[in-house]
Design a binder for this molecule. Structure first.
Ligand code: SF4
Ligand code: SF4
Ligand code: FES
Length: 531
């Protein structure tokens, strides 16, 4: 199949990658096709009809396959009799669409007006206001006035807790099913559904406990209206009041890219307080997702018992006083100095700390918490530069060993589940069942404490499994420390590294060793000598 195809949009010819979705192709070309239900991460469903376009194909001579021209010398187009949904079509050679005709404009205007027949006039008090696709598309394509009477609008419950973290405003829901499809297709926790019919159709949670998933916050990002809001942020601030700072989530080794939204708060002594954490797109690391721990686990920054000023001997002091006391005591230690660093520290901070200790003659640099060993093996055979879990699929394999991946690295669990959906062979080996068992190709049990021997004896004890892993085009081993001592952890890393080296799965993207270190910078600790 050709790598590219020629398509025609609004009388202009374009060359686009073959087989991609038409909405994505238009976006790639900077041509606007508005959508509500379509989302590039999920299969199209054609539910909202906002993406209607005129569509046709070039007429070709059956014998010569040449494009047939009309009397004016222009290519003849065989048009569909009705408008078509762009989101349910892929580009193909000779596809012709029109996006700016009056027929298309009428369709968009009608869809927006239709959606607004049930949608409340909530924008001034809606958390989505200012960053809402419905608001934006109404401004761009809507009728400006409504033929509906206000009293005919449907009145529904506006504060439905879908779980502890997410609220549903039933009036605002435009029934696009993005949230349901996300939970089903992306996460695999199929905990949302529609109930009732027609204008009474509503979102419900089907799980007990309600909305039982570690990834619920992402539904509020992809909901194209303010129907889903977080318990954490609703009614807390308007989007335009917030300052955005790009950052990295500190809670686990995935290192999800995030945006921290802050606002100066009276209750926080006029200082900038974190109002919400949002995912920041990085297709290699976290795509557009974060877990609920990363999204909601920021309140420690405002904890009343949080240290916000230095203390010496339990007494609050100023920074200059503290620095002097520290310098005096370090100098008096006569080189008998050690430092313990946490994995939330950046490489730059670790470097500075190391400088202080080593310049004073100290040699002891420790890592906290001391749960994982064997980072040197990740340094040697860690996954190659350019690794992207989204690239794994049929013919590839992932072995997750001694790890409860959903707890330790939630977004790896989400993305490896999708790799399994694309055909990758995913093996979860542990002494006990974990949530990841539901999303793997083969769960395997060993006795507690036997993780290392399971891997070193894999070829003799489970030859078929070993062969399947060895013959994979790409192989990643994700190692945890469940049931292991520090020495056991190092031995498991070594065994994993040996298996990867023996089978030729090192030194290239999408191959190698990953470890579920606690915090974001376990490898930084290793590289800077904190062990
Ligand atoms: S709650 Fe939001 S994402 Fe879910 S169906 Fe309604 S509008 Fe769509
Ligand atoms: S997966 Fe890890 S890095 Fe990503 S948001 Fe969750 S805790 Fe943070
Ligand atoms: S975006 Fe195409 S039908 Fe909804």
């Amino acid at each position: 199949m050709a790598d590219t195809v020629k398509i025609y949009i609004d009388e202009k010819e374009y060359e686009v990658p073959a087989g991609i979705n038409l909405v994505d192709a238009a976006k790639w070309l900077d041509i606007d096709i508005p959508v509500f239900c379509y989302h590039p991460k999920m299969a199209p469903v054609g539910m909202c009809r906002m993406c209607l376009v005129e569509m046709g194909t070039l007429v070709r001579d059956r014998e010569t396959n040449e494009v047939v021209l009309d009397e004016n010398g222009k290519p003849q187009v065989r048009w569909f009799p009705k408008l078509q949904t762009a989101c349910t079509n892929k580009v193909s050679d000779g596809l012709v669409i029109r996006t700016t005709t009056s027929q298309v404009a009428d369709a968009r205007r009608n869809i927006v007006e239709f959606l607004l027949t049930s949608h409340p006039l909530d924008c001034p008090i809606c958390d989505k206001g200012g960053e809402c696709p419905l608001q934006n598309l109404t401004m761009a394509y809507g009728p400006g006035t409504s033929r509906m009477h206000l009293e005919d609008k449907k009145r529904l419950d506006k504060h439905v807790p879908l779980g502890d973290l997410i609220y549903l405003d039933e009036e605002r829901c435009i029934l696009c099913a993005r949230c349901i499809r996300y939970q089903d297709e992306i996460v695999g926790d199929d905990v949302l559904a529609f109930t009732e019919r027609q204008r009474s159709l509503q979102i419900i949670t089907t799980s007990d406990p309600a909305f039982d998933t570690y990834f619920s916050g992402n539904t509020t990002d992809i909901c194209p209206v303010g129907a889903l809001t977080t318990e954490d942020f609703r009614f807390q601030a308007r989007p335009w009041e917030l300052t955005s700072v790009p950052s990295i989530c500190p809670h686990c080794p995935v290192g999800c890219n995030i945006t921290i939204n802050t606002r100066l708060e009276r209750e926080f002594d006029g200082r900038a307080a974190i109002k919400r954490i949002m995912p920041r797109q990085n297709e290699e690391v976290n795509e557009i997702w974060i877990c609920d721990k990363g999204r909601f686990g920021h309140h420690f920054t405002r904890a009343e018992d949080r240290l916000v000023q230095p203390h010496v001997d339990g007494r609050p002091v100023s920074w200059p006083e503290a620095m002097k006391a520290l310098a005096d005591r370090l100098n008096a230690a006569g080189g008998d100095v050690a430092a313990i660093a946490g994995s939330g520290m950046s490489n730059e901070d670790l470097w500075e700390l190391r400088q202080v200790v080593t310049r004073l003659g100290g040699k002891r640099l420790g890592a906290w918490p001391p749960t994982h060993a064997g980072a040197e093996f990740v340094a040697q055979v860690g996954v190659g530069a350019g690794t992207n879990l989204s690239a794994l699929g049929k013919g590839d394999a992932v072995l997750i060993i001694a790890s409860d991946l959903e707890e330790e690295a939630p977004i790896w669990r989400l993305r490896i589940k999708q790799a399994r959906d694309r055909g990758a062979y995913v093996v979860v080996a542990n002494a006990r069942p974990t949530r990841m068992d539901a999303f793997c190709s083969l769960p395997v049990r060993y006795d507690y404490g036997e993780a290392v021997s399971f891997l070193t004896e894999l070829r003799s004890a489970r030859p078929e499994l070993a062969q399947k892993l060895a013959e994979a085009n790409n192989l990643i081993i994700v190692a945890g420390v469940e049931g292991l001592t520090l020495e056991g952890s190092r031995a498991l890393m070594q065994a994993a590294a040996n298996f990867l080296i023996d089978t030729g799965h090192v030194g290239r993207p999408n191959n190698g060793l990953m470890a579920t270190f606690p915090g974001a910078n376990g490898m930084g600790l290793h590289y800077l000598g904190f062990t």
